[in-house]
Design a protein around this ligand. Structure first.
Ligand code: ATP
Ligand code: MG
Length: 402
């Protein structure tokens, strides 16, 4: 066994994951309490039974907007009160007992109504509140110190096709796991971008204010680019040293002007360049054209052995490439953070041939971490018969199956 494998096993021996999950008025669940093992957990049920909703609820135990990037108001349970009318619950909550490298903690999250008053209006809004071990916390990013989740959803089957936005978000999520500040940086960058746009659109921009926003955007942008570069390098190095025996090895390449500039220039020089680049693009912003910079970064994935870009690979090959990235990320995260993430794998076996499907399940089992795996068909999982927890959903209730 390699040194790295030994280290992985030492960390994983101290269990991490969710041991009890409670949902209240969350999507189709009025009340649900579910005890779970630190093991593969196979959740089966018909279409629309509530499998993905469970994974989404689990994703709300980590920072961000969950695995569906949903609006908070969409999540509260809607139910029919008669033939015509629907009623929505006032709020929703997800609570969990978790283990982090063997330590017990509780996490709770819920939406709360708030309001703000401006000159002539009262705006009401909903926000997510988070408690860790009973204490309300002000920064969601704190959650990342207790529980981490990595997910694959059916929407990601098309990750390598189409526009760069979903790929950029995927990449940024890979970065957050290592660098909790990255989420704040990307949110602040977007906030400044919107401000910049508003000032330019107003038609009477104050040049000092503009310059100062552009400088702040450039500083944040360079930090974002540097963190993305670090993550891509980390994954490429890991994959080069620990090639997988079944899933194809990938090569990841960042495709962004600011990220490229950091290849040969200092952060300071890149920041100056980026500030000038933003100033040159003011006209484009006014006409709502997209602006060059870290908001346009993309990343390319290659099937290494064939030197084939992922977008030209077959559907099953693309799924295998995605799994390769996720497996490497999982192992890097375990080694870096000292605790294992939970895996949320929604219909992950779709498009995989039998060999790859069984290999994936064996790999998850051998990692000894907690993986929630959904499917409409329990037959796909016979290789995990002795190690997994099998659950079936029916009418908003979950039952163990044998
Ligand atoms: N806010 C809500 N309130 C009540 N029900 C909701 C809400 N949002 C979604 N649902 C319902 O929850 C049900 C379960 O959805 P979910 O996506 O979890 O199903 P699933 O088991 O993953 O199905 P599939 O196999 O098709 O992926 C759906 O019927 C959906 O309409
Ligand atoms: Mg689903």
């Amino acid at each position: 066994m390699s040194l790295l494998q030994q280290k992985l096993q030492e960390i994983i021996r101290l269990e991490s994951g969710v041991t009890c999950l409670t949902l209240t008025d969350f999507r189709n669940y009025k009340n649900l309490r579910l005890e779970t093992r630190i093991a593969p957990i196979i959740i089966t049920g018909e279409n629309g039974s509530g499998k993905t909703n469970i994974l989404e609820a689990l994703s709300f135990l980590t920072p961000g907007r969950g695995l569906r990037s949903a609006k908070l108001s969409e999540i509260k349970r809607i139910h029919q009160i008669d033939d015509i009318n629907l009623l929505a619950a006032d709020s929703w909550s997800v609570a969990a007992e978790i283990k982090k490298a063997g330590e017990l903690h509780t996490i709770g999250t819920a939406v709360q109504k708030g309001s703000s008053e401006s000159a002539d209006e009262i705006h009401s809004f909903e926000r997510r509140i988070v408690k860790i071990d009973g204490q309300k916390i002000s920064q969601q990013s704190e959650l990342g110190k207790y529980l981490s989740a990595i997910w694959i959803t059916p929407q990601m089957d098309r990750l390598f096709q189409g526009g760069p936005q979903p790929r950029r978000s995927f990449l940024d999520r890979l970065v957050y796991a290592f660098d909790l500040e990255h989420a704040k940086r990307t949110a602040n960058f977007e906030h400044l971008y919107r401000q910049w746009f508003q000032i330019l659109k107003s038609g009477k921009p104050d040049p000092h204010w503009l310059k100062s926003i552009e400088r702040d955007m450039a500083a944040l942008g360079v930090a974002i680019a540097a963190a993305r570069r670090e993550q891509i390098a980390r994954l490429n190095t890991f994959i080069a040293h620990e090639p997988d025996d079944v899933f194809p090895n990938v090569r990841l390449e960042l495709d962004g002007e600011i990220e490229k500039m950091l290849d040969t220039n200092s952060a300071l020089k890149t920041e100056d360049y980026y500030t000038d680049l933003l100033a040159k693009q003011r006209q484009r912003v006014i006409y709502s054209e997209s602006v060059d910079g870290v908001n346009r970064t993309d990343f390319k994935v290659y099937f290494q052995k064939k030197n084939m870009p992922a977008e030209l690979c077959s559907t099953g090959e693309q799924k295998a490439l995605l799994i390769s990235i996720i497996l490497a990320q999982t192992k890097c995260q375990i080694l870096d953070k000292g605790f294992a993430p939970i895996l949320l794998l929604d219909e992950v076996t779709a498009h995989l041939d039998d060999l790859k499907r069984d290999a994936l399940l064996h790999k998850i089992q051998d990692l000894h971490l907690q993986a929630f795996i959904t499917s409409t068909d329990a037959k796909n999982f016979h290789v995990l018969q002795d190690s997994a927890q099998f659950l079936q959903i029916n009418n908003g209730q979950i039952y163990p199956t044998l």
